[in-house]
Design a protein around this ligand. Structure first.
Ligand code: 1HE
Length: 260
């Protein structure tokens, strides 16, 4: 399916991987309102066969952030609602039906980094660079960046990026936690698909626990976190699929953990 500026297709033998491409390459995949709303719609209406998703950008860059040509004079109320629209869309990505992998290359800046940080795994290639130019444009993040980015790299590094316009290259981005994987230029999508297929083979309840429950536990005080963990562990263990998988290992039918 192709909406304007976004392309969606199912891949994999069971149509289990959703591939979402930003197709505004001429504008460096800058996110206009229509694109942000399309993204939300895609995650709200994900086909039942899908077990993992990959988001990638066409052209030389993943995403140049907010479409600055749409940055009109908004009064405070309109500005609030615009930011909340981004929040609801990126909430659908982070707390949607499946784990999401961002395949990064080129610019991952401003709202592009906010989008990437709403995904569960970021795979960057050597061409990737990260920045938060909002600081120099006289604005502030509005797509959830102040909540999600410090959880990846810490408040101090995000403050520095916005105060000084600091740009992180691919290697430093992986070192500080902006991406979990760093791969050769041009291979981020292939690596993301490999990971997506692996993730799609997990028990859906485990993937749900990791995408919906783990981040909430991480935000809870330890005492509540331990209790939430115990309840999630009990639910996961009691699922028939978990019993089958453990039995398969004990009977020598499941893969061992291999040395890295
Ligand atoms: C754009 C945008 C955009 C490019 N909005 N039109 N984001 C930024 O401040 C980043 C702004 N963009 C850049 O710094 C550069 O474009 C890039 C480093 C991403 C890419 O550079 P380059 O040399 O490959 O491309 P370009 O020549 O700068 O741009 C090509 C075209 O895309 C050009 O339009 P054209 O009509 O002259 O061809 C650019 O104007 C257009 N373009 N980026 C609109 N962002 C929820 S709040 C989030 C707040 C933010 O994200 S603020 C940060 C915005």
């Amino acid at each position: 399916m192709s909406k304007k500026h976004i392309h969606f297709e199912l891949q994999g033998e069971q149509q289990q991987i959703a591939v979402i491409r930003l197709t505004r390459g001429a504008k460096r995949n800058a996110l206009n309102d229509a694109l942000v709303l399309s993204l939300r719609h895609l995650f709200e209406t994900m086909p039942a066969s899908v077990r993992a998703a990959v988001i990638a950008g066409e052209g030389d860059h993943f995403c140049a952030g907010l479409d600055l040509s749409e940055l009109q004079e908004r009064d405070a109320g309109q500005g609030l609602h615009h930011s909340r629209m981004w929040h609801s869309a990126l909430e659908c990505v982070q707390y949607g039906p499946v784990p999401v992998i961002a395949a990064l290359h080129g610019a991952v800046v401003g709202g592009g980094l906010e989008l990437a940080s709403a995904c569960h795994i970021r795979v960057a290639d050597d061409s990737t660079f990260y920045a938060l130019p909002e600081g120099s444009r006289g604005i502030f993040v509005g797509g959830g960046g102040s909540v999600r980015i410090p959880r990846l790299i810490g408040v101090a590094r995000m403050t520095d990026m916005m105060l000084t316009g600091r740009v992180y290259n691919a290697m430093d981005g992986e070192r500080i936690g902006l991406a979990q994987y760093l791969v050769a230029a041009g291979t981020a999508f292939d690596k993301s698909m490999e990971l997506a297929l692996r993730i799609a083979g997990n028990a859906p309840l485990t993937n749900y626990a990791l995408t919906h429950v783990l981040p909430r536990i991480a935000d809870q005080p330890a005492d509540q976190g331990f209790m939430t963990e115990a309840m999630m562990a009990a639910i996961a263990q009691s699922a028939p699929e978990a019993k089958d998988r453990v039995k398969a290992f004990l009977e020598g039918r499941a893969a061992k953990v291999q040395k890295a």
